[in-house]
Design a protein around this ligand. Structure first.
Ligand SMILES: Cc1ncc(COP(=O)(O)O)c(C=O)c1O
Length: 396
């Protein structure tokens, strides 16, 4: 009998009941705008910021409209100007170079290793080309953050961490988003907390925090924030910082607060699924499992493996055969960006140099979502299907 999988790769879990109740009370009072608060009321958005700052051990936090907006705000706050080069990963998704382009700056792509992290030798070689690194922890893979920070500190590079895929992850016990000057997170449906759309930005730097608040559209109501610097810091920057509205609203914040309280438990559940998949794929001929470094605490909300040096038509055949059995795989080697995949050379608004070593890795990356609606038995079945189809094509 040929086994097939019938679950959905895009179905997340429902919003928890306590989050629904919190959302309904916001709807009942109608004060959705973050600065629309009753006398004495703190507001869901301000409370969310206060709680996330505490959870991450950060001094300041700002909630915004999306992860991509948080990235662009971070770039503006650190002073990236039109025409400036910004280092970033060759292996990432469109919102990352998009945020750089949105401020008129130029992405300078840094290669990817077989461990799916930024190539630190390539970064060191390009360190004199820009003053800012937008570091994308793409698909949750953390590079050696100690070495990365050494390279960047020595070269005077400001690091912005794109933690869209690493909320809940850590390197050597330091939470992702806490090593760079600013950490940015996404709360979009496919991420680790789900408010449909949304983003969070954290920093310990008072001036960057104040600029980010003004940039997000605070109408000078910054004193209503609970995780922002003191008014004197705003006084210094408020006349020179534009308003580029992209606020979070109280409805989304209400949905997020209970989910953030559950984050650790959700991470455990993701990782149980990830380990079942990883174990099921180990030892498959022709398939390389991406080994996770010991220093990395990851969140297995997706899994990647490599079909290194496979011909394109054979990779396509694996994807087609798995698809026919209900297993949705994405490929980063395709010539055209499809769905959520894309390559550094498909962003034609940004110049790129050829990167043969990265091209080889990208051409082999297969990517799969792991929603929490999958059971452990689902994960075993999915791994069996992938293993069988990779073997069939490899041996043919
Ligand atoms: C790697 C990465 N960075 C940033 C973002 C931006 O997040 P958002 O969709 O909330 O703008 C995404 C979203 O898919 C992403 O995958």
């Amino acid at each position: 009998m040929i086994e097939t999988f019938s679950g959905s790769f895009t179905q997340q879990e429902p919003i928890p009941d306590d989050a629904i109740e919190a959302a309904v009370s916001v709807l009942r009072h109608g004060r959705l705008h973050r600065y629309n608060v009753a006398p004495g009321e703190l507001g869901e958005t301000a409370l969310l910021e206060q709680e996330f700052a505490a959870q991450m051990g950060a001094k300041y936090c700002l909630a915004v409209a999306s992860g991509g907006y948080a990235l662009a705000t971070a770039l503006r706050a650190v002073g990236v100007a039109p025409g400036d080069p910004v280092l970033t990963n060759a292996f990432t998704l469109a919102p990352v170079p998009g945020s750089i382009a949105s401020v008129g700056a130029r992405p300078v792509f840094v290669g990817v290793t077989e461990g799916l992290t930024i190539d630190l030798d390539d970064l060191a070689a390009k360190a004199d080309r820009a003053k800012v690194l937008m570091l994308s922890h793409m698909r949750g893979h953390l590079c050696n953050m100690d070495r990365l920070m050494q390279i960047c500190d020595a070269a005077g590079i400001t690091v912005i961490e794109d933690c869209a895929h690493t909320m809940g992850a850590a390197w050597n016990g330091v939470a992702s988003g806490r090593q760079g000057a600013i950490g940015c997170y996404s709360c979009q449906t496919y991420k680790h907390v789900n408010s449909g759309e949304g983003g969070l930005l954290i920093t310990d730097n008072e001036e960057l925090a104040a600029k980010a608040v003004i940039l997000s559209g605070s109408y000078m109501l910054y004193e209503r924030h609970l995780a922002a610097p003191s008014p004197e810091v705003f006084e210094r920057i408020k006349y020179d910082t534009p308003n580029v509205s992209g606020r979070m609203d109280n409805l989304r914040a209400a949905i997020l607060r209970p989910q953030l309280r559950d984050l650790d438990a959700q991470v455990t559940r993701w990782n149980e699924r990830y380990r079942v998949l990883e174990e099921g794929l180990h030892g498959t001929p022709g398939l390389t499992v991406v080994e996770r470094p010991e220093a990395e605490t990851y969140v297995g909300s997706s899994i990647q493996f490599l079909l290194l040096d496979w011909a394109a038509e054979r990779v396509n055949e694996v994807i087609r055969r798995c698809g026919a059995r209900g297993v949705e795989l994405k490929w980063f080697g395709g010539a055209e960006p499809t769905g959520f995949t894309s390559r550094y050379d498909s962003w034609r608004y940004a110049e790129s140099e050829p990167m043969p070593a990265s091209d080889r890795v990208l051409a082999g990356i297969i990517d799969m979502r792991v929603p929490l609606t999958f059971s452990l038995a689902d994960c075993q079945l999915i791994a069996r299907i992938i293993r069988a189809e990779v073997c069939a094509v490899y041996q043919s």
